[in-house]
Design a protein around this ligand. Structure first.
Ligand code: 6PG
Length: 254
């Protein structure tokens, strides 16, 4: 059964606090996992890194939640990764392993880690091939994730797409490795075309420090914005912002 979305539809869910955001996002994760498995036999999801989603992953690992997710049919990917070893404290994979994977049971082959320990260029092409294989992609096709979780930095970056980065203009590759000047580090990231091809995208944003950038992003028309998170507008997908009250401080009441 195909799901049709109004073009560029966007929902903003104001959450009381991080706990409320995690609970709402967990319910959405579970709902979408069942919808995907019912319609396509599996749930293709790309996880966000950073600190905000850790609480969601820990919640999904609790008995009250993990029993409700068809983990054997979930294929886990990452939206981005730091170019570090999988046991490095900065690794997004390590964060997910500690918060979720170590507490649930799912087939190891369903966990598609970005190889942060490899040469960045090689890791990007390996992951691109992993996507092509996992999504059975024809040449030139884009993977359509059932859900992509994203966070947003105070500078408006999302995944590892940073303002003014040439990576924002990438239209051929599915995965990019690039040096991020401000971080003095290499990152791996899904590219904008892949992110915007998703059926569902959920931003998880918490904390007073994000209030200014959230206002800027949501006020932006998104087309050519320098703010990468404002460029996330899936034309054939649904975009939901889960935002805590303190991060939504500057949003006008709807
Ligand atoms: C990463 C993330 C990044 C993150 C934002 C927000 O690898 O760090 O993919 O895009 O979502 O930086 O991070 P916080 O949730 O820690 O504020």
């Amino acid at each position: 059964m195909r799901h049709f979305f109004p073009v560029n539809s966007r929902d903003i869910v104001i959450c009381r606090d991080a706990g409320d955001l995690n609970r709402r996002a967990a319910e959405e994760f579970i709902r979408l996992s069942h919808r995907a498995v019912e319609s396509g036999g599996r749930f293709m999801v790309a996880l966000s890194g950073g600190s905000t989603p850790k609480g969601l992953y820990e919640l999904l690992a609790l008995d009250a939640y993990k029993e409700r997710v068809p983990w054997s049919k979930v294929q886990l990917f990452w939206g981005d990764e730091r170019c570090v070893a999988p046991d490095h404290p900065d690794s997004n994979y390590l964060m997910v392993r500690e918060a979720l994977l170590s507490r649930i049971s799912m087939p190891a082959e369903n966990v598609h880690r970005m190889a942060g320990e490899q040469d960045p260029g090689l890791a990007a092409s390996y992951y691109e091939n992993e996507l092509k294989k996992s999504f059975y992609l024809m040449a030139g096709a884009l993977p359509r994730f059932d859900l992509i979780l994203l966070g947003v930095g105070e500078d408006g970056h999302t995944a590892s797409l940073f303002p003014h980065s040439p990576a924002l203009a990438e239209s051929r590759h599915l995965v990019l490795a690039h040096y991020v000047d401000k971080l003095k580090a290499y990152r791996l990231t899904l590219t904008l075309p892949v992110l915007n091809h998703a059926a569902e995208i959920a931003f998880l944003v918490s904390g007073r420090s994000k209030a200014e950038i959230v206002k800027e992003i949501l006020a932006d028309n998104g087309g050519t914005s320098v703010l990468p998170a404002a460029r996330i507008r899936p034309p054939a997908g649904r975009l939901t912002w889960f935002v805590t009250q303190d991060a939504a401080l500057h949003l006008s009441p709807r």
